[in-house]
Design a protein around this ligand. Structure first.
Ligand SMILES: Nc1ncnc2c1ncn2[C@@H]1O[C@H](COP(=O)(O)OP(=O)(O)OP(=O)(O)O)[C@@H](O)[C@H]1O
Ligand SMILES: [Mg+2]
Length: 258
């Protein structure tokens, strides 16, 4: 396993027309830890993930993966810099099997080069077999081993969420960004997804977790950043954030903070 790297966000600003969605957002997500990102609907959480992974260009500010500045990379180069994400709308390949969905998450292999297929077919076939074995191991780690050949569309929503996390694990990124993994779930499905998120930290990954369920977020996070209307309101340990008066004012009465 390569060494974990911190994710550093410095002075990020992003405007959509008249709306300042992110304003001077700065924080560090420490290496090998889970950083929880909280905020009400529309606070800018997904926009920040989109900026970090370069689906959106910031108007100002920088993003660093360890020592490497990634702000100028194109979206397709971000995976090469060791970042991978999930989406709020899962974006699974519904008509493919679970195994195929995870295979598509793996870093690109030689089998995708026509020249490699023509001139080193044995090596390509060997690599294909290795990839399938790796994908099965990942599915097993996420409790989906018995669903490898089932279509993604046929899974319950909870299992689809687990599959999106399995596909994320396949990318073997050092920094993972996970957007609302438990939304729409309840009961045991929440627990399964929460332990799947913890799995990334256990593997030494740096995790940025967006999560509405405060119990889940506080239980999983080592560090918490609160976004309010596009700005960092405060950050600290879960215990500090739980007792922070400004946070309580925003969330109390809405049943968010116990
Ligand atoms: N592509 C876009 N064009 C215009 N406005 C956008 C765009 N993406 C997001 N916004 C706006 O920016 C603000 C922040 O949105 P964002 O999706 O980042 O919030 P969020 O914190 O992820 O909310 P939620 O908890 O509902 O997922 C919202 O007001 C949203 O309507
Ligand atoms: Mg969002």
């Amino acid at each position: 396993m390569s060494a974990a790297v911190p994710l550093r966000v410095e002075g990020i600003c992003k405007r959509f027309g008249g709306l300042q969605a992110l304003k001077d957002v700065s924080f560090v997500a420490p290496a090998g830890k889970i950083t929880g990102l909280v905020g009400q609907n529309g606070a800018g959480k997904t926009t920040l993930i989109n900026v970090i992974t370069r689906q959106l260009a910031p108007d100002a500010g920088e993003v660093f993966a360890g020592p490497r500045r990634i702000t100028r990379l194109a979206a397709h180069q971000v995976a090469g810099a060791g970042l991978a994400r999930t989406f709020q709308q899962l974006r699974l390949f519904a008509n493919m099997t679970c195994l195929e969905n995870v295979l598509l998450g793996l870093p690109k292999g030689r089998g995708e080069s026509l020249a490699a297929c023509l001139f080193t077919p044995g090596r390509v076939a060997r690599q294909e077999a290795e990839h399938r074995a790796a994908a099965r191991t990942i599915l097993e780690a996420f409790g989906l081993g018995d669903r490898a050949d089932a279509s993604a569309a046929g899974l319950s929503y909870g299992l689809q969420k687990l599959l999106s996390l399995a596909r994320l694990a396949a990318a073997r990124a050092e920094i993972v960004l996970i957007d609302e993994p438990t939304s729409g779930l309840s009961g045991e499905a929440v627990e399964r997804v929460a332990s799947a998120v913890a799995h990334f930290r256990n593997e030494g990954k740096t995790v940025l977790l967006v999560e509405h369920d405060m119990d889940v977020l506080f239980a999983l996070s080592d560090h918490v950043v609160v976004l309010d209307q596009g700005q960092v309101l405060c950050q600290g340990t879960p215990a500090e954030i739980r007792t922070n008066n400004e946070v309580r004012e925003i969330y109390l009465g809405k049943g968010h903070v116990a």
